[in-house]
Design a protein around this ligand. Sequence first.
Ligand SMILES: Nc1ncnc2c1ncn2[C@@H]1O[C@H](COP(=O)(O)OP(=O)(O)OP(=O)(O)O)[C@@H](O)[C@H]1O
Ligand SMILES: [Mg+2]
Length: 263
Amino acid sequence: MSDAPQHIVELRDVQLAFAEKKVLNGISLKVEPLDRLVIMGQSGSGKSTILRLILGILQPNAGEIFFKQFEISRLQRRKLQQVRSRIGMVYQYSALLSSRNVRDNIALPLEELTRKTRAEIDKIVDEKLELVGMQESKNQMPSELSGGMRKRVSLARALVMDPELILFDEPSAGLDPVISSVIDELIISLTERSKVTSVIVTHEMDSAFRIATRMAMLYQGEVIADAEPERLKKSDNPVVQQFLSGSTEGPILEGSKDAVATK
Ligand SMILES: Nc1ncnc2c1ncn2[C@@H]1O[C@H](COP(=O)(O)OP(=O)(O)OP(=O)(O)O)[C@@H](O)[C@H]1O
Ligand SMILES: [Mg+2]
């Protein structure tokens, strides 16, 4: 395609509704190489939905979604699987398989998607565990790990195919403030060291400002702000300001009162 974008991810005028509920109302976003784009927005605003669209798990009703030159929603199954193997995903609740130990959880994508030998796989698993500081836990079961440790393991699993893009859904959900700072630092150091681009969904503002090279804010199905963190802080959009300050005064709750009143 002649106008194939040079970005890592591009959403063009994407619309998505579940039954009659419109979730995304024509959103456009670009993720450039090495960006750490933080997507913010209220609960239910469609943040996880955007990650699922990028992975091709969901299809948009209108608009286009590209990963590099590939238009995700037009790929055949096989090709989509190949493209997906270049994208790592860290799920909100880690999503490790409880019947497999740490080593086997991390090895799984390599076993399923490559022809590497056991020795080659073990070497990669060791490397990735070392990156997240979890070598000691290689033989433990997920149930024996704390939430922060599970998160690290799922980070190692997301890195195992050497992806070009990593998607993080609420990386610090359910973690204490200290551990969530540790995870933030890990996201920054891993993405810089491995030269990988990332999209991070969060509603923890401290975390967002620590991690982001760019921030986008979703509100009522639209991207109402998309800028570097310092510029976003200075935005004169009252919704952005209310979100950043966490205040109950402002348009956000007014909007939901209307929504309740019109139901
Ligand atoms: N498979 C689905 N079927 C029907 N509705 C859905 C589906 N997935 C998401 N939704 C709806 O779409 C909206 C956006 O959901 P999404 O999970 O993207 O929100 P979110 O911004 O990630 O919220 P949170 O911060 O609570 O995780 C919600 O209203 C949700 O109920
Ligand atoms: Mg979500």
